[in-house]
Design a protein around this ligand. Structure first.
Ligand code: 3NM
Ligand code: MG
Length: 514
């Protein structure tokens, strides 16, 4: 069945209950919403009697018709028929899709809720015009949702729908609002199939200015998020990286970008010194309320979960939103991610709360980020490896493709990928594992480079990683370095030396990249 020419981009689902509608008038709110840019409306009313449902549906239909916007009724095929509207939306527990279709005819729009891949494939196979995929994020609007599937769950369904050859249209629902719409559309997209829109209830219905809310959302769904990279990913060989690295560093030093670190108590001083040595401008601020002002300065942000509390998490979320809003690169260091329940929840909340351009961690941390169950981490140090190199590469690449970002798994052999291009890096020195903050300050280094190299963020990350690990190699073999203690100041010196060489046009340091 060929898809009908319906614009699903901003799909409004109504709610007449007091917590959401308040004392506003339903018809007036819907009128304002379609004036603002809602492209399709579903009248969802679980409480009114049938006669009232039909009456309200007819009133809503006048408004939507005038705006050229289709009106669907939730659940009730009889009400849709009685009011003469364009279609219905049925949930898994409502009248089945085939019967709804038979009653309404081929021209009606029939949409179905799908909470799982199985439900999506079945509804698509049975001829649904569109699917409402969710629940993306937990929402007070509908507390009895079956499962929270996140952007990763939606992406998986989209990929499988494409594989099965279904042309069905899709929107996602659950916790979608102006603060996350662009990111959700971006992170849900599978390589071959993206969402056709977002469905919202409270983001419009609960607003005191529904027209403005709809206008804003409509603008957001029509534009990529500020952090999205537009350029198609160019091939990157080892030789390209080695050749470009010194120039990228030189550019960073020239701009001296702000590198905002929200880091743990243990490494603040060290991270600030590393930033100064490599040529960026550090600010160590854990106050989320000033993140907006700092984000406006055009730098990057490191969010480090090393010392985490609920209050710190709320500051992290504020800062993440501020940098996402202006496209400032954000690096996430999920320190000890798998070690405690608090940290596991912290990782989930942060990843659901914003976009990280790069997530960096050891094997256990990246496994937790990937959603692996039962990851055991003792403390925040990297433990013994449990994965083969092939499995690490698969995990890093798959997680990066899923999050549509860059994942860096550090270890004696680092693995880094943007989901398409994957590299291993064998530089570094074992002393990095014998001092505190080496992972954290690698995050600072990479974020500093990302602040200036935004076109190819993977290149930026690789350059930061190489600068860092090659400086460590140089420091470790110095005659004045006797162990981890003397290694630290030598390492800062060598970071500085790599920077100076890059600025003076001597790019030979990068040639030892392996
Ligand atoms: N259906 P809000 S979630 C009506 O997951 C509905 O199927 C859902 O409300 C599902 O935009 C939901 O306010 C409510 O989060 C969405
Ligand atoms: Mg229903």
């Amino acid at each position: 069945m060929a898809p009908k020419p319906v614009d699903y981009s901003l799909y409004l689902v109504t709610d007449s209950t007091p917590p959401i509608l308040g004392d506003k008038d339903l018809v007036a709110v819907v009128k304002a919403a379609v004036e603002g840019g809602a492209t399709i409306v579903q009248y969802r009313d679980k409480t009114s009697e049938t006669a009232e449902l039909v009456q309200i549906a007819k009133e809503l239909h006048k408004v939507t018709k005038a705006a050229g916007v289709p009106l669907l009724i939730n659940d009730r095929v009889d009400v849709a028929l009685a009011a003469g509207v364009e279609g219905v939306h049925v949930g898994q527990d409502d009248l089945d899709l085939k019967t709804a279709r038979r009653l309404l005819g081929p021209d009606a729009i029939v949409g179905v809720t799908a909470n799982s891949l199985e439900e999506a494939l079945e509804a698509a196979g049975d001829g649904a015009d569109y699917l409402g995929l969710g629940t993306v994020y937990a929402t007070p609007t509908k507390e009895n949702t079956k499962s929270i599937i996140g952007t990763a769950g939606v992406q998986k369904i989209l990929a499988e729908l494409h594989k099965a050859g279904h042309e069905v249209k899709t929107v996602c629902i659950g916790g979608v609002n102006a603060s996350n719409t662009q990111r959700i559309l971006y992170q849900c997209a599978a390589p071959q199939k993206k969402l056709d829109g977002v469905a919202v209830v409270s983001a419009i219905m609960a607003s005191s200015e529904p027209k403005e809310a709809a206008m804003h959302l409509r603008k957001l769904v029509s534009e990529p998020p500020p952090f999205a990279t537009t350029a198609s990913k160019s091939q990157l060989s080892r030789d390209d990286i080695v050749a470009k690295a010194p120039d990228v560093i030189k550019r960073m030093v020239g701009k001296k970008p702000l590198c905002h670190n929200m880091t743990n108590l243990v490494v603040q001083n060290f991270a600030a010194n590393v930033a100064l040595a490599i040529g960026s401008s550090p600010i160590m601020s854990n106050n989320g309320l000033e993140a907006g002002d700092l984000a406006a300065l055009g730098g990057s942000l490191v969010i480090n979960m090393g010392t985490t509390t609920p209050e710190i998490r709320s500051n992290h979320l504020k800062a993440l939103a501020a940098y996402n809003a202006v496209g400032g690169p954000v690096v996430f260091d999920p320190v000890g991610a798998g070690a405690t329940q608090q940290r596991k929840e912290g990782v989930k909340a942060l990843m659901a709360g914003g976009f990280f351009d790069l997530i960096k961690g050891n094997e256990g941390e990246i496994r937790t980020v990937s959603g692996a169950q039962g990851v055991k981490q003792h403390g925040v140090d990297s433990g013994a490896s449990q994965l083969s190199m092939d499995d690490k590469i698969k995990l890093v690449k798959g997680t990066a493709a899923r999050e549509r970002n860059i994942i860096l798994m550090t270890g004696s052999m680092d693995v880094i990928s943007d989901g398409e291009r994957t590299f291993t890096v064998a530089n570094g020195h074992e002393y990095l594992g014998e001092i505190t903050g080496s992972g954290c300050t690698l995050g600072t280094t990479i974020a500093s480079v990302m602040a200036v190299e935004r076109e190819d963020k993977l290149l930026a990350a690789l350059v930061g990683l190489l600068m860092y690990e090659i400086a460590a190699e140089r420091a470790a073999v110095r005659s004045d370095v006797k162990g981890p203690g003397t290694f630290v100041p030598a390492f800062i010196d060598e970071l500085y030396r790599v920077r100076q060489e890059s600025v003076s046009g001597d790019g030979s340091w990068a040639q030892v990249a392996k």
